[in-house]
Design a protein around this ligand. Structure first.
Ligand code: G3H
Length: 528
C-alpha cells in the first residue's frame, strides 16, 4: 500500500490517556497499570503501528466495586432508577443522546483508527446508534402507552407492565464497538436495569468522549464502565451470582464460560449474539450481476468482519464458471487503503494476528486440494491480507468449519441443493442465509425449509442485521434471545403486574392510586 498520511481532520494529534473509569457516578482516577492502545494503521512511511493512547488495566477489585455500585443502584428493585417514572427515565436517555450527538466527529475518527472501519461505515455506525436510541425511546413510549390501562378477567383487575430484571453485565464486540454494545446497553438501561459495561478488546478509546455524558445523564451507579481484560473482570463479577442478565455479543465459548461461572444459572437471563457462518446460495436461474454485487457486499463489507457476513458461498455447478469469474474480477477491483481514503472498500485489519490466521486457513485448504481463484488473493502486507476466493472447499478444511471473520471467501460447487440444506442442518450455526434465484417453483420449497434452519432468509439480498426494527437472532450456536428495537425492550424486562379482586374497597383504592398519581407504576397516563 502506498503510504497516505491522514488528512488534518483525522489526525490523532494528542494521545488519549483514559485514566478514569466510571463507578457509582464518579469518574475515578486509576493510578495502576495501563494498557497501550495501538492502531494497525501506520503513521509513517516505514510501517509501524500507531500508538493512540492508553486505558486502565483494572483488576478484580475494581470489577467488584463496579458490580456493587450497579447492585446498590438497583437495590433489589428499590433503587431510584428501577422505580422511576418511565417519562423520567426517558428524559435521562434523551439527555445522554443529545450529548452523544455532539461527539460524532471524535468518535468517528477513533472508529477509523481503532478498528480500521472506513469513513462512510464509521459515520453510519455512529448515526445508526443515535437513531437506535431515539427509536428505542419511541418504542418504549408506545409500550408504555399500551400498558397504561387496566384489564379485567374473572373478577380480577390487572395493571400489567414490563419491569426491569436487575443488574446487567454488558459486553460488546470489536467490530461494532459502539453500535452493537449500545444496542444492548440502551434498552437494558431504559427498562430500569442497572449495568456494568466493559468495552470490547478493540474500539475502546472511542468511548472516552462519552464518559462524561454517561456520568451526568444517569443516577449514580446506573452505568459503570470498566477497562481491562474480560477474564480478569467479567469472571469474578459472574461468580458473585449478582448478575441477572448477561448481555454479550461475541463467541459462544465466552458466553458459556461466563454462564458457567454464575452459581445459580436459573437466575441468569442471557441475551447473546454469537458466531455465524451465513451461506450464500446461488441457484442456476440467479441474476448473476445482482448475485455478484450482493455477494461482494455480503462477504467483504468491513473485510468480512461482521457476524452477518456471508462466510461461505454455494454456487450451482451450471453457473459456477461464470459466477466465479465475475466474482473474482470484482474482488480484485476492490480498493485497499486507509479508512479515510476515497473509495476504499478494504481497510487494515485491526487484529495484528489476523492476516497470519487467514493465511493459515488458506494454506490448510490448499494442502487439502483447494485453489485460490483470484490473482490478488492471499497477498499479505503489514496489516492486511488481500481477500482470497477459494474453490474446491470441502469439510476436511478448517476454512469450512471455522468462522473466519476476515477476508477469505470459500466456495463450494453443488449440483443438488439438498446437499446445501444438509450442510446447513449439520452446521453449528443458524443465523441467516442469502438465496439467489428467480423461479418461484424452486424458491418456495427452499424458503419453507431455510426459515427453519436459520432466522432470516434474504432473497436476492446479502445478509444483514438492519433495519434495526427487524428481529435479529439465530439458532444453535448463533444467538440466544432476539434483538430489535422492540424485542430488546422485551429481552431486558419481565412482565409484572398489580392485581386486585373486584370489590368496592379495592376499586376505590385503585381509583385513588390513579388519581393521586402517587405510584410511578400504576399509571394510565398517555406518554406524549
Ligand atoms: O457483526 C454483526 C452485526 O450485527 C452485523 O450488522 O449486518 O448491520 O453489518 P450489519
Amino acid at each position: 500500500m502506498i503510504f497516505n498520511k491522514a488528512p488534518e481532520a483525522y489526525l490523532i494529534n494528542d494521545l488519549i490517556k483514559q485514566t478514569k473509569y466510571l463507578v457509582n457516578g464518579e469518574l475515578k482516577e486509576w493510578t495502576g497499570k495501563m494498557t497501550n492502545v495501538y492502531s494497525t494503521i501506520s503513521s509513517t512511511e516505514n510501517y509501524q503501528p500507531t500508538l493512540l493512547g492508553s486505558v486502565p488495566e483494572l483488576t478484580k477489585d475494581q470489577a467488584l466495586e463496579a458490580l456493587n455500585a450497579a447492585s446498590n443502584a438497583y437495590n433489589n428493585g428499590q433503587g431510584i432508577w428501577p422505580t422511576m417514572k418511565v417519562g423520567d427515565r426517558i428524559s435521562c436517555m434523551e439527555k445522554f443522546a443529545n450529548q452523544m450527538k455532539t461527539k460524532r466527529a471524535t468518535v468517528v475518527k477513533y472508529l477509523m483508527w481503532e478498528i480500521g472501519k472506513n469513513l462512510a461505515d464509521s459515520e453510519k455506525e455512529f448515526d445508526r446508534t443515535v437513531d437506535y436510541i431515539y427509536d428505542t425511546i419511541d418504542d418504549y413510549k408506545q409500550l408504555d402507552r399500551n400498558s397504561a390501562k387496566f384489564e379485567k378477567n374473572s373478577g380480577v383487575h390487572a395493571h400489567i407492565r414490563r419491569g426491569p430484571i436487575g443488574v446487567v453485565l454488558c459486553l460488546g464486540p470489536y467490530n461494532y464497538p459502539l453500535n452493537e454494545t449500545f444496542a444492548l446497553l440502551i434498552p437494558a438501561l431504559i427498562m430500569g436495569n442497572t449495568a456494568v459495561f466493559k468495552p470490547a478488546k478493540l474500539g475502546v478509546l472511542l468511548l472516552s468522549p462519552l464518559m462524561e455524558a454517561f456520568q451526568n445523564s444517569f443516577p449514580n451507579g446506573v452505568v459503570n464502565v470498566l477497562y481491562g481484560r474480560g477474564r480478569v473482570l467479567a469472571t469474578p463479577i459472574m461468580e458473585t451470582g449478582k448478575i441477572d442478565v448477561l448481555a454479550l455479543i461475541g463467541h459462544s465459548s465466552s458466553a458459556n464460560a461466563l454462564q458457567n461461572s454464575h452459581p445459580k444459572s436459573n437466575r441468569l437471563r442471557s441475551v447473546l449474539g454469537l458466531e455465524a457462518k451465513n451461506p450464500g446460495i446461488i441457484l442456476p436461474d440467479a441474476d448473476l450481476n445482482l448475485a455478484v454485487d450482493e455477494c461482494i457486499a455480503g462477504t467483504l463489507s468491513f473485510n468480512g468482519q461482521r457476524c452477518t457476513a456471508l462466510k461461505i458461498l454455494y454456487v450451482h455447478e451450471s453457473i459456477s464458471e461464470d459466477f466465479n469469474k465475475r466474482f473474482c474480477e470484482k474482488v480484485d477491483s476492490l480498493k485497499f487503503g486507509n479508512p479515510w481514503e476515497d473509495g476504499v472498500k478494504l481497510t487494515p485489519l485491526p487484529e495484528p494476528n489476523k492476516p497470519a490466521y487467514i493465511k493459515a486457513l488458506i494454506e490448510d485448504a490448499q494442502s487439502k486440494g483447494a485453489k485460490i481463484l483470484n490473482s490478488k488473493g492471499g497477498k499479505v502486507t503489514d496489516n492486511y491480507i488481500y481477500p482470497a476466493v477459494i474453490s474446491n472447499v470441502n469439510k476436511t478444511m478448517n476454512l469450512y468449519a471455522e468462522e473466519q471473520f476476515g477476508p477469505v471467501i470459500p466456495i463450494i460447487t453443488f449440483t443438488d441443493v439438498q446437499q446445501v440444506l444438509d450442510d446447513m442442518a449439520e452446521s453449528n450455526y443458524g443465523q441467516q442465509v442469502s438465496i439467489f434465484g428467480e423461479k418461484v417453483n424452486t424458491l418456495a420449497p427452499l424458503i419453507d425449509v431455510l426459515v427453519n434452519l436459520v432466522c432470516r432468509v434474504n432473497l436476492n439480498s446479502s445478509c444483514q442485521r438492519g433495519p434495526d426494527v427487524f428481529p435479529f437472532t439465530g439458532r444453535k450456536d448463533s444467538a440466544f434471545s432476539t434483538l430489535s428495537v422492540r424485542d430488546a425492550l422485551r429481552s431486558f424486562s419481565i412482565r409484572t403486574f398489580v392485581a386486585s379482586k373486584e370489590n368496592s374497597a379495592n376499586n376505590s383504592i385503585l381509583k385513588d392510586l390513579l388519581e393521586s398519581k402517587k405510584s410511578n407504576f400504576i399509571s394510565t397516563e398517555y406518554l406524549l
